[in-house]
Design a protein around this ligand. Structure first.
Ligand code: ADP
Ligand code: ADP
Length: 222
């Protein structure tokens, strides 16, 4: 999945206040690229990602995925947030199967395969709150992979994790990316995380949300 942002601006207007969250951003992401979007809190990273996800409509400009205009969310674009969206009243297996079940594409054993791939085999019958934060994020990524997305949109997915867990998750994510060559857009305010993970770092400036730099990272991965 390739992504093209064409002069994307997003203005919020709470109570007549005019907040320019994303200001005239042009950005092209090739299929299979792993990019990070780096910038301080409040610079418009989440807003930008929500426009790519189709959760938000730009105030002006357009987002295209594989040449088609984005007009709403799609499971082809999977999203992971810092706080996971696992349904607490459903088991891990039921959570992972939500998308496939809705589409009538449930494959017996697929959830277990994905959980094993994420290193949390055996958690099928547990409930999200029974797992540690790191394990919940693993389950969340398994749920995303169950929808076989072309594009993974990740909004500070590891920011709430301790340093060691974070490192393990970063390496796991790189393995997933290298295996299936999905496009990854990864948001972070952490400079070292941005550089460690990505081929390319897009740096956003604080208000208004403009792209300040677009840097190729030329450091071999471990
Ligand atoms: P980041 O992800 O970089 O922290 P956000 O995209 O969340 O940045 O926010 C960018 C700016 O838009 C901030 O000033 C924030 O306060 C504002 N903002 C975000 N969401 C809303 C909203 N729903 N209504 C009004 N202002 C918002
Ligand atoms: P946190 O994200 O809360 O810091 P971690 O994901 O780092 O927690 O968990 C540390 C380790 O503890 C995990 O790798 C896992 O082996 C173990 N663990 C934590 N919670 C559970 C659980 N509910 N069941 C089994 N093992 C667990």
């Amino acid at each position: 999945g390739s992504v093209l942002l064409d002069e994307v601006t997003k203005v919020y207007d709470p109570d007549g206040e005019h907040v320019v969250a994303v200001d005239d951003v042009d950005l092209r992401i090739d299929a299979g690229e792993f990019i990070t979007v780096l910038g301080p809190s409040g610079c418009g990273k989440s807003t930008l990602m929500n426009c790519i996800a189709g959760f938000l409509e730009p105030t002006s400009g357009h987002v295209y995925v594989d040449g088609d205009r984005v007009e709403g969310p799609s499971e082809r674009r999977g999203v992971v947030f810092q706080a996971n969206r696992l349904l607490p009243w459903k088991t891990i297996e039921e959570n992972v199967n939500l998308g496939p079940k809705m589409r009538g594409e449930l494959v017996e054993g697929r959830a277990s395969e994905l959980l094993a791939e994420m290193g949390i085999e055996g958690t099928e019958d547990q409930y999200p709150t029974e797992l540690s934060g790191g394990m919940q994020q693993r389950a969340e990524i398994a749920r995303l992979l169950a929808n076989d997305p072309d594009i993974m949109l990740m909004d500070e997915p590891f920011s709430a994790l301790d340093a060691l867990t974070k490192e393990i998750m970063q390496e796991m994510l790189l393995e997933i990316w290298e295996k299936d060559n999905r496009t990854v857009v990864f948001i972070t305010h952490d400079v070292s995380e941005a550089i460690f993970l990505a081929d390319r770092v897009v740096v956003m400036s604080a208000a208004p949300g403009e792209v300040k730099a677009d840097i190729e990272v030329d450091i071999p991965r471990p």
